[in-house]
Each structure stands twice: as C-alpha cells, then as structure tokens.
Design a binder for this molecule. Structure first.
Ligand SMILES: NC(=O)c1ccc[n+]([C@@H]2O[C@H](COP(=O)([O-])OP(=O)(O)OC[C@H]3O[C@@H](n4cnc5c(N)ncnc54)[C@H](O)[C@@H]3O)[C@@H](O)[C@H]2O)c1
Length: 358
C-alpha cells in the first residue's frame, strides 16, 4: 500500500469487507472515515448486529472516524462530501443477501442501487479525481454460470471442459438469466458504476465478489456461508443444505486479500474496469467438503439436514477466474488458503464465545 497519505471513505465500515478496509488503510497511515448505520441488524436481526466490530475498530485504529449515516440519505452524503475531500472511496455498504431481497425488494433496491448512485454522483460533484471501488457480486451473472457443462464428482460438481478449468471470467453475460432481486439491484449498481468509469472517465473499479470471508463477519444464515457454518458447528445448531446434493461449489477469498487488491487498484486505477474477485480454484470448496473440514477443525459434528429444493438462482459451481486482475496487477496474489481462513474463523469464534461467557 505504497501511497502517500490519503483520505479514504469506506462505506459499510462495520461489515466484513468495510472493516478490513478500515483496518488496512489505517495501518498504512491513511486517514479513514467510515459510514455505517448498522443496517445489517435491521436486515438480519441481533445476529447481524455489527456494533461489536465498530467497537473493535475504534480500539485498534489510529486515524479512523465513524459516521452513523445511511447511504440512502443524499443530503447527509452531500454534507459529508462538501466538508471532506476524499481521495479514495471504498463502497461496501449493501443489503448483501440473495435470499433476503425477496422480502424487502424496495429497501434492497434503495440501498444497493440508489445508494450506489448517490455515492458515485457525490464523488463526481465533489472529488471527481478520486478512486472509487465498488464491491459488486458474482450474482450479477444470475444463473448463467450454470450453463457451463459440469461433471458430478464424489463430493462436488466441477467444470467438465478443459477450457472452463480456470473458472468464470468477466465475459459471462449478465442478462437473460435468473438473478434474485439482490442480483438485479447489484447489477443495476454495477452498470451505473461502469458508466461513471467509462462515460465520465472517473477512476471507478468494480469487483465482482465470489464468497468473501474472514473473522469479522457477523455471519447469519442468509449471508456469510463459511462464517455461519463455523458458528452453527461450534454451537451445535441445526443447519440446512439446499439442493444439488450439497455438492455446490463456492470459491472463498479472505477479506484481507480483497482489500490488498483494492489497494493495488487504488494505486493504479483503470477507469470502468470490472474484475471477478474470489478465491479461485485453489480456494474452492463444496458445501459437503466444507462441513467435513469444519467438523474436523472444531472437533464437533454439525447437525445438518438436506432440503431437496435448491435456492432460487443459486450457482451450482462457481469459481472466479482471477486472470484478468492478475494480468493488470501482477503484484497481487491470494495469500490466504482455505485451511488458514477456516482455522482463523474457528479460533476467533471460539474466543468471542468465551468472551461472551458461553
Ligand atoms: N460476503 C460475501 O460473501 C459477498 C460476496 C459478494 C459480494 N459481496 C459484496 O461485498 C460488499 C460487502 O459485503 P460484506 O460481506 O462486507 O457485507 P456486510 O453485511 O458484512 O457489510 C455491509 C455493511 O453495510 C452496512 N449498511 C447496510 N446498509 C447500509 C446503509 N443503507 N447505509 C450505511 N451502511 C449500511 C451494514 O450495517 C454492514 O455493516 C457488499 O456490497 C456485498 O454485496 C459480499
């Protein structure tokens, strides 16, 4: 992160990726302002509460200021951008759940799509030279990746053709597929962000995340696959696996590796570029495999059941092809493998449980 001191705005700063961005940019000497209104609690109830993470950030950072602001509040954003000049904007605030969106289509669209336009436009008006990074998702492809021919193996699905081995790249189409309302609101934001890059030539980059993970996730059943699986195993909670025999594959990337990719982009921005950003083949795992690996690490069995019906628009096998990002930013690589991600998660959940006295 060899940039001279910058003023960085992080939205969703109490969430998984936002908090990691706060930590890393603060550690590298930048001034960080974070926006988060703890809306994750409103979406998912007490288990989604992110205040513990905000308190943690306040304890460990040097130059971090938190603002309790809603990204839907255009006037509030206007005041903030008028009073502070930002060099980098890292936009992570979102309604992040594929399944939750069906219950709250309006709030989902307002936060994900409108909130993003609010931020892009405030940037254009007040600091058009800034680097703007938008955390998008692989759900913008809808279920189009399911058209890739698959082979069924003992514990997972995998691509059957050699040419698909590296995974899904950015040429996958984003329309004429089933997305979920979440995928659609994120796709709207993703397209608008691209326009601010391509049309206005602003330094906007778009990261389409696979499964993002790390110890600072307030994991809930509807969002945060590995985090919730670890929590459920440690607590002995019943877990449901939906469809595809539990052989559906996700690629997982540690929040630290996402943020180091952001720092690479911020140092050398390429206007309007879109990158698939997941763990890649090395960090891919099926639900069945994840259950087994976590049970071994936690030393406990997870009580789980199988539900025949798959989640609507779910990916059967999704592996992010990282070659485009790697070719543009050859200094970047994945530093955290699956075992190290899982061990850290099990360790941190155990110590949070111990601290909470249960
Ligand atoms: N976690 C994943 O697996 C994953 C995968 C692909 C893409 N993404 C994307 O990455 C981004 C970050 O995801 P995350 O896992 O850190 O999510 P998260 O839920 O942990 O963090 C999002 C934060 O935004 C805050 N927030 C929500 N609505 C807000 C609003 N209106 N105003 C201000 N703050 C608000 C929440 O309180 C929360 O702290 C999101 O855009 C998400 O769609 C996540």
């Amino acid at each position: 992160m060899a940039m001279k001191q910058k003023t960085v705005l992080v939205t969703g700063s109490s969430g998984l990726i936002g908090s990691e961005a706060v930590e890393q940019f603060d550690r590298h000497g930048h001034r960080v302002l974070g926006i988060d209104n703890n809306m994750r609690r409103e979406f998912f109830g007490p288990a989604g509460d992110t205040l513990w993470n905000l308190e943690r950030l306040k304890r460990i950072t040097k130059r971090f200021t938190h603002v309790d602001l809603d990204i839907r509040d255009r006037t509030g954003l206007e005041d903030l951008f008028r009073s502070t000049h930002f060099d980098v904007i890292i936009h992570c605030a979102a309604q992040p759940s594929h399944d939750k969106a069906r219950d709250i289509p309006l709030a989902d669209f307002e936060v994900n799509a409108l909130g993003t336009v609010n931020l892009l436009e405030a940037t254009r008006q007040h600091c058009p030279e800034a680097v703007f990074l938008f955390m998008s998702t692989n759900k913008v492809y809808g279920d189009a990746p399911n058209e890739i021919p698959l082979a069924e193996l003992e514990t997972r699905y995998d691509y059957s053709r050699k040419e698909d081995f590296a995974g899904v790249n950015e040429t996958c189409r984003i329309d004429r597929s089933l997305h979920s309302l979440f995928g659609a609101s994120k796709a709207a934001a993703d397209l608008v962000a691209q326009e601010y890059g391509r049309y206005f030539r602003m330094n906007v980059g778009i990261f389409r995340g696979g499964c993002l993970t790390g110890p600072s996730h307030s994991g809930v059943e509807l969002h945060g696959f590995l985090s919730y699986l670890v929590k459920a195993t440690l607590n002995g909670w019943n877990y449901s696996v939906f469809g595809y025999k539990g052989k559906q594959v996700r690629d997982n990337i540690h929040s630290g590796d996402i943020v180091s990719a952001m720092a690479e982009f911020a140092a050398n921005p390429r206007p309007g570029e879109v990158y698939n950003m997941g763990g890649g083949r090395e960090n891919s795992i099926s639900v069945l495999e994840a259950i087994e690996r976590i049970e071994q690490m936690a030393g406990k069995k997870l009580p789980w059941r199988y539900v025949e019906e798959a989640r609507k628009g779910d990916h059967i096998c999704y592996i992010s092809d990282l070659s485009k990002f790697k070719s543009h930013y050859p200094n970047w690589e994945i530093t955290r493998g699956l075992d190290s991600i899982l061990e850290e998660m099990v360790g941190s959940k155990k110590s949070r449980q111990a601290a909470a006295g249960h």
